[in-house]
Design a protein around this ligand. Structure first.
Ligand SMILES: Nc1ncnc2c1ncn2[C@@H]1O[C@H](COP(=O)(O)OP(=O)(O)O)[C@@H](O)[C@H]1O
Ligand SMILES: [Mg+2]
Length: 248
């Protein structure tokens, strides 16, 4: 345990979010995510998970409480890869640099490096329609990571993938997280995905979303896929499942 106090990358203190429609989406949410931490949020549909990420990304503002971000770059990965169909994988990833005015040679190099990081060497010239669902998501992740974010936000990125691809993507994301060590906030419906990937899992209640459980995972990285069959893994998944049932 270090005695040097570190500033969290993302910190929410007693955050409430009300929409103009009168809907209260979040109530009294306090949490923090620091560099090297992978925090998952699980909760029932409509409980305010996407709202939470939108607040963290600065796309929307809190109604009450405080939210602080200590990151020069924040990235966002959505469930839909949202790639531009008329641009190659390489050009989709380069878009970020283009918008930021990075010179062509440099942004080309960075995009190739990001595509390599997600295992897409040799697929640079392919267009989205020529890629599988898993590969499109890899491009989306490369595009998010090319700007070297300190805070990476993921909104159910693997929700639309088949089970086998999903497990592969979990292994990949874990490897990338270890390598880059950003602060990660990850929304998922899958309890086992949350337990496998996270250093901490937050469980949210039904709307208005509150945090009803906060579970520190006991394993270091990298984690073998077989961890999913360990009794401790099942015990923690059961605790999350119970918390979801009790607070839906
Ligand atoms: N822009 C908005 N205006 C009004 N209500 C919204 C808006 N965005 C989300 N909501 C409502 O807030 C609640 C939480 O939504 P959301 O954060 O998308 O939930 P989740 O991602 O957990 O499924 C829902 O009831 C939703 O209808
Ligand atoms: Mg959502």
């Amino acid at each position: 345990m270090s005695t040097i106090a570190t500033i969290p990358t993302l910190r929410l203190d007693d955050v409430t979010k009300d929409f103009a429609t009168g809907t209260r989406a979040l109530s009294g949410v306090s949490l923090s995510v620091s560099r090297g931490e992978f925090v998952s949020v699980v909760g029932p549909s409509g409980c305010g998970k996407s709202t939470l990420l939108r607040l963290a990304s600065g796309l929307d503002t809190v109604s009450g409480g405080t939210l602080e971000v200590d990151a020069a770059v924040t990235s966002f990965v959505f469930q839909d890869p949202t790639l531009l169909e008329w641009r190659s994988a390489q050009k989709n990833v380069e878009l970020v640099g283009e918008l930021a005015g990075v010179p062509a040679a440099e942004r080309g190099r960075r995009a190739r490096e990001a595509l390599s990081l997600v295992g897409l060497d040799g697929f640079e010239k392919q267009h989205p329609r020529q890629l599988s669902g898993g590969m499109r998501m890899r491009v989306s992740i490369a595009r998010a990571l090319v700007a070297e974010p300190q805070l990476a936000l993921f909104d159910e990125p693997f929700g639309a993938l088949d089970e086998i691809t999903r497990l592969k993507m979990q292994t990949e994301l874990q490897r990338i997280f270890q390598l880059k060590s950003f602060a990660a906030m990850f929304i998922t419906h899958s309890i086992s995905e949350a337990v496998y990937l996270s250093s901490r899992v937050l469980v949210m209640s039904g709307r208005p979303g509150r945090i009803v459980d906060d579970i520190e995972l006991p394993w270091s990285y990298p984690r073998p896929p077989e961890l999913r069959y360990e009794p401790e893994f099942g015990r923690i998944a059961g605790r999350i499942s119970k918390a979801l049932e009790d607070h839906s």
